[in-house]
Design a protein around this ligand. Structure first.
Ligand code: SF4
Ligand code: SF4
Length: 644
């Protein structure tokens, strides 16, 4: 009976099975939010690189991925490319597609100079991946990684054309050429080969560190070029002679009958039957050749029958990586801008549970916000625990003042008050564990789903004060409202995506009875004016600027997205601003400021009702969003001088 390499197959089926399960669950359970990169060693190595060069971890990488990367390195240096052979989903798919190609007799193994030339591309991709990741602290490989593209559903980090090309290369390439992706395109394949030539990698890194220590300011670009270029040269010149290679396949030439089955079965196409020691750069220690050999004690690992060794070592490395990753947490960013004296005398304020601290981007935004605050000298963020450390001047702040500094008061309109309702009532309460802007969003959805609330606002205190408004007569009793706020779970849809979150809120105080105010007072209490000028607004005199006044109606509840609408409006060079105000009855109106010689009211009406909003990021990139705004009624045009 044909002997199966179950050690390898169990790993491969387990990984593909887990990913398939996650994918199917995602299809049917839209609230499910899996992290497909949670244990990615390649992401971890890139994150470690950006941490060492920029003091920041890439994207949402944490110490877990970094320790998985360290485990990968140890595994390759001491054993082999176990990750490639056993658990890489792209390697498994390439191998399985290749077997189909073999059955149809269409697959071939490039050799000689064609093979050598093609191997260059994975080193070029490795260079680009590290160069751009270390420069931006964003994982560059996400742009073209077929695994990430499919797992993330082609999210905004994916460059669609590159990813589609990579998927075609993976599927078609593997069908016609032996492990096309792994051998010629995979940057992790290139990095793994470099790690196999460990004396080279460690030697260059050691030299670089020494040069830095003696005071030479050498950019990381140079060691990156040396390591990748040297790795390629070593791969093509010393492909069969990796040194050191402490654990490898050995062939007993005395008992070998030269049947050649081991060479046929090797997924990497290594000519095992003509080697005494397999110290080939492509060998993953997968063990397939061991199972193919019909002669006892002929093919072994280090001349011993240890078929179980690679599978066991891989399992231990995975456990080691995950365990080590939980023992410490590296900051996603750690920035200090105070003088050495200020930092030496600074206090450290720690706060966790900030749900908004979830990746490199949000951490950077937080640091930029803190840089503007007098007496704050530095911040560190930790995305795994959603926490921050702030270095501050102890003569200016205490814990409560710093909490107030971090707090963003919110005013959220949940739904508009019906025309025939002339007054509004509100309850004031304090809520523990409510702090972050995301909490404000969660509370908005809770109140929308479970009550008739028309809006709420939050104010800093310990705990935070919340004032919740209801159209008069629709306010719930205390017990119902407290139960709604203290809900343990929340599911909601935003931008077409479903979310499911666990909530920790606890109502501490509750003022009764409800206070009644007029609709106009409610409108004034909830209103935050928006003013945005662009497209050369200041160069026009007020008498040539017209305003196209739109009733905001239900759109007023979308205040958090006004910036998208404004950015979208700015695509029309005749539009020079957007402002909001309250009309005589307290209803919010939006005024689109425009130059009537450059655009028209009809064009603006079409723009604000477009199916898609085309907006601009601050770095110049553009994005698209399904338009959440709807203006059923045409606006009115009047000169801006009417209200100035
Ligand atoms: S030589 Fe053996 S262990 Fe190495 S990749 Fe080929 S089949 Fe796997
Ligand atoms: S499969 Fe075994 S017997 Fe056949 S060539 Fe390879 S080592 Fe020799």
């Amino acid at each position: 009976m044909k002997k199966q390499n179950w050690y390898k197959l169990i790993y491969q089926f387990a990984i593909i099975g887990i990913l398939t399960f996650m994918g199917f669950r995602l299809l049917f359970d839209k609230a499910y939010a899996p992290d497909f990169e949670a244990y990615c060693p390649f992401g971890g190595i890139q994150a470690l690189g950006s941490y060492l060069t920029m003091d920041s971890l890439s994207c949402s990488m944490t110490s877990t991925q970094i320790m998985m990367g360290v485990a990968l390195f140890i595994g390759i240096v001491l054993f082999s490319r176990l990750f490639c052979g056993y658990i890489c989903p792209l390697g498994t798919i390439s191998e399985w597609i290749g077997k189909l190609g073999d059955r149809l007799k269409v697959r071939f193994t490039p050799a000689g100079w064609i093979d050598y030339a093609l191997r260059f591309f994975k080193y070029a991709l490795l260079f680009l991946t590290f160069y751009y990741t270390l420069k931006s602290s964003e994982l560059f490989c996400k742009k073209f990684d077929p695994y990430y593209a499919v797992a993330s559903g082609f999210d905004s980090d994916v460059a669609l054309l590159w990813a589609l090309l990579a998927i075609v290369a993976l599927v078609l390439g593997s069908f016609f050429m032996r492990l096309f992706w792994c051998r010629y395109l995979c940057p992790l394949g290139a990095l793994s080969a470099i790690f196999k030539f460990s004396y080279w990698f460690l030697g260059v890194m050691a030299l670089y560190v020494i040069l830095l220590l003696v005071g030479l300011d050498i950019p990381y670009l140079y060691p990156l070029i040396v390591i990748t270029a040297g790795g390629y040269i070593l791969e093509i010149t010393r492909m069969k002679k990796v040194r050191p290679d402490p654990v490898h396949i050995t062939r007993n030439t005395d008992s070998c009958i030269d049947c050649g089955l081991c060479s046929v079965k090797c997924p990497q196409g290594i000519d095992v039957a003509n080697m005494v020691k397999v110290t080939h750069t492509d060998c993953t220690l997968c063990g397939d050749c061991l199972y193919a050999c019909p002669e006892k004690n002929t093919l072994q690992i280090n001349r011993k029958n240890m078929k179980w060794l690679p599978g066991l070592v891989l399992g231990l490395l995975i456990i080691l990586g995950i365990t080590a990753g939980t023992l410490f947490e590296l900051p996603t960013i750690a920035q200090k801008w105070g003088t050495p004296e200020q930092i030496a005398s600074a206090g450290v304020f720690e706060m966790s549970g900030l749900k908004n601290i979830k990746c490199f981007g949000s951490s950077t935004a937080f640091a930029n916000q803190m840089r503007k605050v007098t007496g704050v000298y530095g911040v560190s963020t930790y995305v795994a625990s959603h926490s921050v450390h702030i270095l501050y001047d102890t003569t200016l702040y205490d814990d409560e003042k710093l909490q107030k500094l971090l707090f963003v008061p919110e005013r959220r309109i949940i739904k508009s008050v019906a025309k025939d309702v002339d007054s509004v009532t509100y309850y004031s309460l304090t809520v523990d564990k409510f702090f972050d802007p995301l909490d404000a969003t969660y509370l908005q959805h809770l109140l929308d789903q479970k009550t008739e609330a028309c809006g709420y606002q939050s104010e800093f205190a310990c705990p935070v004060i919340i004032r919740i408004y209801f159209p008069a007569g629709s306010e719930p009793d205390k017990e119902t409202l407290v139960k709604a706020i203290e809900s343990k779970n929340l599911s909601f849809t935003s931008n077409g995506n479903d979310f499911s979150v666990k909530l920790p809120y606890k109502v501490i105080t509750f003022e009764e009875p409800a206070v009644r105010i007029s609709k106009r007072e409610y409108a004034e209490q909830m209103f935050t004016p928006t003013t945005s000028h662009f497209n050369g607004f200041s160069k026009y005199s007020p008498d040539v600027i017209m305003q196209y006044v739109l009733r905001m109606g239900a759109n007023a509840s979308l205040k958090a997205r006004y910036s998208y609408l404004i950015s979208h409006l700015s695509n029309d060079k005749g539009v020079v601003g957007f402002e909001t105000s309250l009309d005589s009855v307290g209803a919010e109106v939006g005024s689109v400021l425009f130059i009537d010689s450059l655009t028209t009211a009809d064009r603006i009406f079409t723009t604000v009702n477009a199916d898609t909003l085309l907006f601009h990021y601050s770095d110049g990139r553009t994005g698209k969003l399904a338009n959440p705004f709807s203006f059923p009624e045409q606006g009115t045009v009047k000169p801006t001088t009417d209200n100035r």
